[in-house]
Design a protein around this ligand. Structure first.
Ligand code: ZN
Length: 306
């Protein structure tokens, strides 16, 4: 089983309504490639691009929720919505699990009711920011670098109350530490290690240690510029980031968060869903059976409330 903590296929389906989740070749996550793969559970992020006018952002998030149910769940009877670890563990042999997540709180503005609405519609992990600033916190791309606002603290407290994962991927450095202090269920859905690739989207050793100390999930992501400072990236780089987290004591934290359909670059050997079986084989060649199980599913599962 593989659980993949992040993809942006909802965004692609929203951007281009002609695309078909079943098998459009433009998509890296499709039903046809998923059903033939070892991957069992996929998290589907609602990501509203920042060029959508503020007044339309929440509506756009709702549109993506609708796309999730209409284009991913409804046409494929063996895809089940999963909202907790029990749901995932109870998936039958031929069933696939789909979990709804949010990437960036800008669509809720400063309205906690909008957040609660998304949670009631099935969102189970919430990334507080994308790269920019919003009413909750600053993202890594905002030079001010502010942490959680008063409203942001209210957001994290609401996520705690509803037992929802608080996702630190994309958040500012200060915001990261504010979240670690306040969040009951912190994860990093798609971030790599800064030591191996000094991109601002990656986590430095201090941040990794803080997540590791709480056995919080860290999803290594297949984005070339987050994997290496070289021109091209391959699965070798993905394994190096996994190993680095492992060596820091992160055996019970490290996992996978592809970012398929959220990035233009390709990582050789894990370009799309059709490569997951070969990728899994390579993982098993490289790491112990027990550790592969932790990377591919257990570390996500033990973070997810029941
Ligand atoms: Zn992202």
């Amino acid at each position: 089983m593989i659980i993949d903590a992040h993809c942006d296929v909802l965004f692609q389906l929203w951007k281009n309504p002609n695309l078909q989740f079943k098998n459009s070749p433009e998509l890296r996550v499709t039903y046809d490639s998923w059903k033939d793969s070892i991957a069992k559970v996929q998290c589907f992020a609602i990501f509203v691009p920042e060029d959508v006018p503020e007044s339309m952002q929440f509506e756009t998030a709702l549109k993506m929720v609708d796309i999730f149910y209409e284009k991913i769940i409804k046409p494929f009877p063996n895809i089940r919505v999963v909202t907790n670890s029990e749901d995932i563990l109870h998936l039958k042999e031929n069933e696939l699990g789909a979990m709804l997540t949010l990437e960036g709180c800008h669509p809720i503005g400063s309205d906690i009711t909008k957040l609660k609405t998304l949670l009631r519609l099935g969102v189970r992990a919430v990334g507080l920011t994308w790269n920019n600033a919003n009413a909750v916190c600053d993202g890594v791309g905002e030079s001010r670098g502010a942490g959680l606002s008063t409203f942001g603290k209210q957001v994290v407290e609401t996520l705690n109350e509803y037992e929802i994962l608080t996702d630190v991927s994309h958040i500012s450095y200060k915001g990261f530490w504010d979240v670690m202090e306040l969040a009951k269920y912190p994860i990093a859905s798609h971030s790599n290690t800064f030591k191996l690739c000094n991109h601002p989207r990656n986590l430095d050793d201090k941040q990794l240690k803080a997540l590791i100390a709480r056995k919080a999930f860290i999803g290594v992501t297949y984005v070339p510029e987050f994997l290496t400072n070289e021109k091209s990236a391959s699965i070798k780089n993905v394994f190096e980031h996994i190993e680095k987290i492992y060596k820091m004591g992160g055996e019970n934290s490290v996992g996978l968060g592809s970012d398929f359909d959220g990035t233009d670059g390709f990582v050789e050997g894990i370009e799309d869903y059709s490569k997951y079986n070969a990728f899994y084989y390579e993982l098993k060649n490289r790491f112990s059976k027990e550790f592969v199980q932790k990377i591919t599913s257990e570390n996500f599962l033990h973070n997810l409330p029941n």
